[in-house]
Write a protein that binds this ligand. Structure first.
Ligand SMILES: [Zn+2]
Length: 431
């Protein structure tokens, strides 16, 4: 194992070392920050960031997630592309105390603060800042909407070329609230969601483009939520988020583990992670609550109906993430549950009304994730999960901020079963 492949950042009050560490103990290779890799270059195993050293825990005087720069995998602050992302307000919702058995409910308003109105902007800011630093361009990614739209918006700011593949069924989510230049391509995929990822990767490979973004980089992006929680709401018992494959809570937990390593947090003080799934895509909740340690492709539904209540939550393949989420929930005494769309329609509207009353925007016509989260909390409260005096932090997932109704038309619509990646590239660039 070579220690030279570590990035060390020294400044007043800090000497933090960051490296991309191979998860295979037999390999043990580590890499600095000067390369973006999906898996270990030496052995192909997954990577995780190792954070070590000392930090005084004092955030910089700025109003975005980069206030915790010493912990973020970027070498040079000149490469930060922020657009005001993160450090969003944490607002107490006192009107809910009675409903939740005397627990105090807070909400962190990423939906209001972030540039494209979703918490996914956190990863877009960090990943695109890394792309700038490493000189990466011609970026390929896929998503039901939020992540890909956030990446597109940040790529447009940098003048980079990008290719977003998203399901045609999610066209209604693609408002023209985001920035997009003529070299920021959006391709609708008319097929079963699980085919989109493999096609996007084949498209990148066949045309010599850059697939982004590695899972471990995305994980550190959501670690920033943990840093902000510790700074804004240090006494916190539960952290609640709606999940598709669990990236958000996994990153939140990793952020706390980073703080434990730096001596700024105690493991027993980490809030219990609460994951809420939609009943339409509840394979992780079902597996965890029946004690299973693994998921396979056979656990996924074969086809999704065309009229999913919230397609964003069916976007990802939870099979790969499940073992990590399982370990996180076990270690942390976490909770995962699910709510059916009918229950969400009955119980979820209350959170929209509360936010609207306070003048915040929320767009349930574009996404229902926050309603699902709230309905899941109502379900848990009925089961006695929250006690008097507990502090519960909800992350405002879903879409806010956006006031537009006009939609972006796709550059191309393809069927991955018949489309040829080289021909698709040619069609896009001949336009
Ligand atoms: Zn390795």
């Amino acid at each position: 194992m070579s220690n030279k492949n570590v990035f060390e950042r020294k400044s007043s009050g800090s000497s933090v070392r960051l490296s991309q560490q191979c998860s295979n103990p037999a390999c043990g290779e580590s890499f600095g920050l000067d390369v973006m890799m999906g898996v270990c270059k030496s052995c192909g195993a997954p990577l995780a960031y190792d954070v070590a050293g000392h930090w005084d825990g004092k955030p910089a005087d700025r109003n975005d997630l980069w206030k915790n720069f010493p912990l973020i995998p970027l070498q040079d602050p000149d490469n930060i592309v922020s657009l005001g992302v993160g450090d969003s307000d944490v607002v107490p919702l006192d009107e809910l105390t009675e409903r939740f058995g005397g627990a105090k409910i807070y909400i962190q308003l990423d939906s209001e603060k972030n540039p494209t109105g979703t918490f996914k902007d956190r990863e877009a800011s960090i990943i695109l800042s890394r792309c700038k630093e490493l000189g990466l361009d011609n970026l390929v990614f896929y998503s039901t909407a939020n992540t890909g739209r956030a990446y597109t918006h940040f790529a447009a700011q940098l003048g980079l070329t990008s290719y977003l593949f998203m399901p045609r069924q999610c066209a209604y989510k693609n408002t023209d609230f985001i920035d997009k230049n003529s070299n920021n391509h959006i391709i609708f995929v008319d097929s079963h969601y699980p085919l989109i990822g493999p096609f996007a990767r084949a498209f990148a490979r066949a045309n010599g483009l850059t697939s982004i973004a590695p899972l471990h980089d995305r994980t550190e992006s959501y670690a920033t939520v943990a840093y902000e929680q510790l700074q804004k709401l240090p006494e916190c018992n539960f952290f609640v988020q709606t999940i598709a494959s669990g990236m958000g809570p996994l990153g939140f937990y990793k952020g706390h583990l980073n703080m434990v390593k730096l001596g700024l947090q105690k493991k027993e003080h980490i809030p219990r992670v609460v994951c809420i799934q939609s009943g339409e895509m509840n394979v992780m909740a079902k597996a965890y609550n029946s004690g299973r340690t693994e998921l396979t492709m056979d656990d996924l539904p074969g086809e999704f109906p065309d009229d999913l209540y919230e397609p964003t939550l069916n976007s990802t393949n939870p099979v790969n993430n499940y073992p990590d989420l399982y370990n996180c929930l076990k270690e942390n005494n976490g909770i995962i549950t699910d709510v059916e769309p009918g229950v969400v329609k009955r119980d979820g509207q209350a959170i929209v009304d509360i936010l609207n009353e306070r003048g915040y925007t929320l767009r349930p016509d574009l996404e229902n994730s926050l309603l699902i989260e709230y309905a899941g909390m109502v379900k848990l409260a009925a089961g006695g999960t929250f006690k008097e005096g507990d502090v519960v932090l909800m992350l405002a997932c879903g879409r806010g901020r956006d006031h537009t109704y006009r939609l972006i038309q796709p550059d191309l619509v393809i069927d991955p079963k018949s489309a040829d990646p080289v021909h698709v590239f040619k069609q896009l660039n001949d336009k």
